[in-house]
Ligand binder design. Structure first.
Ligand code: PLP
Length: 408
């Protein structure tokens, strides 16, 4: 009989979202006439923009013709897309990248999960808390997380609390992590790091030879001038950081699937004998072995967002979601709630009122307002006492949700 990877058996089923679904199902069964509004959705709801649709149609037509058909493409992605990314997302901010430092993929989640394969299990991993669960779970699968303790923490992972107490800016821990996951703008808190705060982490990594895995899936939502769009805006980051980006929230590609990962050639890690290896080389080797490239038509669609018209169209959609975030943020703070995020991110992080834990507030909002939010504790122990609201629904629903919150 085959023997399973024991690390997989340590993971629970996704308790958070199955428990939410369960409670919403029970509520609907008991209240069949209630119109439930979901502010829990982490998926976009607006359709792809016309420029992307045009590019998709034209790429499909190319596939129908012997002369323009595309079979396997380069595992690293087509240069027509890589060049646009470098020009638009980096060069415009004074960041120099070589085409071989950018890897196109089917989305940030896969890359964020797969990157862990490059690292030995002896590395100490740090995550901010609360956190996008993929970073933790993929390290559990790899066998690097240790065991789950009674507080819901893995005993071999360093948790960096990001709460009101520290203005959602994680502090350098007393342990010495080798790999640090940072995500800004942040899911779930919707907060950002200033250049100064990010520099503190880059300097830490430079000094301690640590690697930063920087997830900037929500970069397109940044509206404030002093918020860094890329970690490479910080001097020295090109020696210690890998950056993950996604077209999912930037351009509505959650169902189309495309993202990219930047692995600068200056980022190195050593083996147990002290020999240094370029992570760019290892990642290229990994991708060439296990990944056969993102679909040609999808890469053509992604390239279309960089035209003048494409930029205009995707920005309109991002503005629509940011306007929803504003309605929620302002409406809730007028009602006296403490709310964070929502200015440079599609997420609002709400401090639950005195006496309400995350789940108690979830139940109160569902039962009294017929609105679904996400309990913050589902993102990690420091999320207790908060809930997350997303702005990916319709404006009408956001306005209506605020009206209903007045009943609470
Ligand atoms: N990173 C963060 C922080 C996310 O919230 C998400 C999706 O919700 C992803 C990455 C995944 O992005 P993709 O759709 O490109 O896999």
């Amino acid at each position: 009989m085959g023997v399973v990877n024991k690390n997989f058996t340590k993971l629970n089923e996704n308790y958070l979202f199955s428990e939410i679904a369960h409670r919403v199902r029970d509520f609907k069964a008991a209240n069949p006439d209630a119109k439930v509004i979901s502010l829990g959705i982490g998926d976009v709801t607006r359709p792809l923009c016309p420029e992307v649709i045009k590019a998709l149609h034209s790429a499909v037509d190319e596939m129908a013709c012997k002369e323009t058909f595309h079979g396997y493409g380069p595992e690293q992605g087509y240069s027509f897309l890589i060049e646009k990314i470098i020009e638009h997302d980096y060069k415009s901010r004074g960041i120099k990248l070589q085409p071989s430092e950018v890897f196109i993929s089917d989305g940030a989640k896969s890359d964020l999960g797969n990157i862990s394969e490059l690292f030995d299990n002896g590395n100490l991993v740090a995550v901010t808390d609360p956190v996008y669960p993929v970073y933790v779970d993929t390290n559990v699968m790899a066998g690097r997380a240790g065991e789950l303790d009674e507080n819901g923490c893995w005993n071999n992972i360093v948790y960096l609390p990001s709460t009101l107490k520290n203005d959602f800016v994680p502090e350098i821990p007393k342990e010495c992590p080798d790999i640090i996951y940072l995500c800004y703008p942040n899911n779930p808190t919707g907060t950002t790091l200033s250049k100064e705060a990010l520099k503190m982490w880059v300097d830490y990594a430079l000094k301690n030879k640590a690697i930063i895995l920087y997830d900037s899936a929500y970069e397109a939502f940044i509206t404030e001038n002093d918020v860094p769009h890329s970690i490479y805006e910080i001097k020295g980051a090109e020696k210690v950081a890998i950056e993950f980006r996604s077209f999912s929230k930037t351009a509505g590609f959650t169902g189309l699937r495309c993202g990219y990962t930047v692995v600068p050639k200056g980022v190195v890690a050593s083996d147990s004998e002290g020999n240094e290896f370029q992570l760019n080389h290892l990642w290229n080797r990994r991708q060439c072995t296990k990944f056969n490239g993102t679909a040609y038509i999808v890469q053509r669609a992604a390239a279309a967002i960089y035209s003048q018209q494409g930029q205009k169209e995707i920005k309109e959609t991002v503005s629509y979601y940011l306007n929803n975030a504003k309605i929620l943020r302002e409406g809730l703070s007028e009602l006296g709630y403490q709310v964070y995020g929502g200015v440079n991110a599609p997420y609002i992080w709400l401090k639950t009122p005195e006496g309400f834990g995350s789940w108690e507030f979830f139940d109160a909002v569902l039962n009294k307002c017929h609105v679904v939010v996400t309990p913050g504790v589902g993102f990690g122990p420091s999320g207790e006492g908060y809930v997350r609201l997303t702005s990916f629904g319709t404006t009408e629903d956001c306005v209506e949700a605020i009206e209903r919150f007045k009943k609470l």
